[in-house]
Design a protein around this ligand. Structure first.
Ligand code: HAM
Length: 423
């Protein structure tokens, strides 16, 4: 049997890869405008990083990591997300000492989670994410959310909804935690084994349980927003005020807890409301993680960020019927007729390419008609026809495929002539 691609992964082939390139280009452009700089971290890290960073009671760490031992018997893990790696690098490279603060970073790259594959859920997926480290200003929360929304709008998405919540500071969370334990403890026997374990380790995780989602105690569980202390409440209100000033609509959801342990204060998700999007409607998620840098061994530093996957973005674009403005035209196809002309065509496509044009010729010894067909398939803007006779006369025939107009051009002026037309 032939070897097949691993479950939950995909090949991105020519014809589709252009969509990815376009989206990645837009991501880089929006980061340029918001002044976020690119960071590239390794695909694998020490497992310990994610245990400490993402949290050892999360589904990601307990069930979804690709963890392996290398030949030196070190436990390594394919990164399931980008934030922990960025924070590790921030600490390791002492970026908190950089002159420009806050430190604003972005990344685009593959992440790996051993999840049950389904529509919008892959085992390898590409995240575009940003992280802003070193500021406790609610305006940076609003900025991160604005960038995310701006990105989707810029690509033409209309049916996106921003959902907002606050998980409060350490003190608020502690009081809420006690309330959760008191709420669930008397009937914890009705919950799954994971939840029973979560009760004392991290009761907030119970609210994110996929198995017990429908249990009646879930709906009546105490919500964090009732337990926010004064400063957490004020922070949350300021973020909302700024979003309102920016004209970014949002919905508040006191049950939004997110699937990673590092969050405090602001958390948010952006959902697609497009018809036919599928069961998983979350396009992106993020929030504030003020304790994470310290957890990874750095100085106390606040941080906030978000990430989206390009896979789900493409699904949303498709669900909304949005065509990205891609151009896959060939500038010039050189049709050759005769042995000498064939060699000359090789030289001319080389010259055209050096001049910056997308150029192509035949490599399969095809007849003229088939060469024209190939030019058509490539969507060529111009087709140049070169025969042995023309070669002797020092001319080439150039056809504008848009207008159908033809003209004869002197061979020594050919490349600069086409370049001027196209570029
Ligand atoms: P997350 O919510 O785990 O957050 O993932 C962010 C986004 O990645 C999701 O909203 C979704 O678009 C995409 N995603 C997650 N899992 C999959 C999957 N299996 N297949 C396809 N797409 C997926 C984080 O990863 C945080 N690091 C975000 C963050 C950055 N928070 C602060 N800074």
């Amino acid at each position: 049997m032939s070897i097949q691609i691993p479950r939950g992964t995909q090949d991105i082939l020519p014809g589709t890869v252009e969509l990815w390139q376009y989206i990645e280009g837009q991501a880089r452009d929006i980061c340029r405008r918001y002044n976020y700089k690119e960071i590239r971290t390794p695909i694998f890290e020490h497992t310990e990083l994610f245990l400490r960073g993402v949290g050892d009671t999360t589904d990601i760490v307990q069930k979804e990591m690709y963890t392996f031992e290398d030949r030196g018997e070190r436990s390594l893990t394919l990164r399931p997300e980008g934030t922990a790696s960025v924070v590790r690098s921030y600490v390791e490279n002492k970026m908190y000492g950089n002159a420009a603060q806050p430190t604003k970073l972005f990344y685009i790259g593959p992440m790996f989670r051993y999840e049950r594959p389904q529509s919008g859920r892959y085992r390898q997926f590409v995240q575009f994410g940003i992280e802003a480290l070193g500021s406790n200003d609610p305006a940076i929360d609003a900025e991160v959310i604005a960038l995310a929304m701006d990105f989707y709008k810029g690509l033409g998405l209309k049916s996106v909804k921003l959902v907002l919540n606050s998980l409060g500071d350490t003190e608020s969370r502690k009081v809420h935690r006690e309330a959760l334990v008191n709420h669930f403890a008397p009937r914890i026997g009705e919950f799954c084994n994971d939840c029973q374990e979560r009760l004392h380790k991290n009761p907030l995780r119970i609210l994110d349980c996929k198995k017990d989602r429908e249990h009646e105690l879930m709906k009546s569980a105490p919500s964090i927003t009732e337990y926010l202390n004064e400063s957490s409440q004020a922070y949350y209100e300021k973020v909302q005020e700024l979003l309102t000033m920016m004209g970014i609509p949002f919905e508040k959801d006191p049950n939004l807890v997110r699937g990673l342990d590092y969050y405090q204060h602001t958390v948010f998700e952006i959902m697609s409301e497009a018809k036919g999007f599928g069961a998983i409607t979350t396009l992106s998620g993020g929030g504030r993680y003020n304790g994470l840098v310290q957890e990874i061994g750095g100085p106390e530093t606040p941080g906030i960020g978000f990430a989206l996957s390009i896979e789900r973005l493409l699904m949303a674009l498709q669900a909304e019927g949005i065509e990205l403005p891609l151009s896959s035209k060939l500038d010039c196809y050189v049709v050759a007729l005769g042995e000498k002309a064939k060699d000359a065509a090789a030289k001319f496509v080389y010259e055209l390419r050096k001049a910056g044009l997308t150029a192509e010729k035949d490599y399969l010894d095809r007849k003229v008609k088939a060469q024209f067909k190939a030019a058509d398939r490539f969507n060529a803007k111009y087709v140049a026809v070169l025969g042995d006779n023309e070669l002797e006369q020092g001319i080439i025939n150039l056809k504008d495929m848009n207008t159908g107009e033809q003209e004869e051009i002197a061979l020594d002026a050919f490349v600069s002539y086409v370049a001027e037309k196209v570029l």
